[in-house]
Design a protein around this ligand. Structure first.
Ligand code: 6K6
Length: 146
């Protein structure tokens, strides 16, 4: 089942994991899904995004979030925007996967969060990260999307 995925990764919070974001987006696409926010992973696409005003970015991103079937967030690098997206996704009752590199000091509001629909996982290396994504996507697909 082809699903619409809203991918979240740090922009203003820092781009040091951009290569990991690309890995995630390309993996989701290889599984046959559509990543609505693929620009988050690609710096050249973000250059285009920079032309948009903040209100356009917010309105467009919130419309995509509402349209999505599930969220996948890489939360190793702290980001206000990603935290906002996670909360909004949960409020809209979308399944949300939060992934982070083992040992990262992630907010307890994420690691201790018991809201229904939220899955939080650390990964020791990228191979395990992709396996966690596969398991999450299988669950989302089994639930029929939204
Ligand atoms: C490009 C370069 C600098 O700013 C831009 C344009 N900004 C954004 N374009 C698209 N999505 C954005 C932008 N800024 C934040 N977001 C959304 O928030 C993305 O979906 C990310 O998942 C998240 C990042 O939040 P920050 O707080 O790290 O920017």
């Amino acid at each position: 089942m082809r699903l619409k995925i809203y991918f979240c990764g740090s922009i203003a919070g820092g781009r040091r994991l951009a290569a990991t974001y690309r890995e995630i987006v390309q993996h989701l696409e290889a599984l046959g899904h559509r990543v609505l926010t693929r620009h988050v992973a690609f710096d050249d696409a973000l250059d285009w995004e920079e032309q948009l005003g903040p209100r356009e970015v917010f309105a467009r991103d919130m419309a995509w979030l509402a349209e999505s079937n599930a969220l996948v967030a890489e939360v190793t690098v702290p980001s206000l925007g990603v935290g906002y997206e996670i909360a909004e996704g949960l409020s809209l009752r979308r399944p949300v996967l939060c992934l982070y590199s083992e040992g990262a000091d992630v907010s307890r509001l994420i690691t201790g969060n018991t809201r229904p629909g939220l899955v939080v996982h650390s990964y020791p290396a990228e191979a395990q990260m992709l396996a966690v994504i596969d398991a999450f996507m299988a669950d989302v697909g089994a639930g029929g999307g939204k």
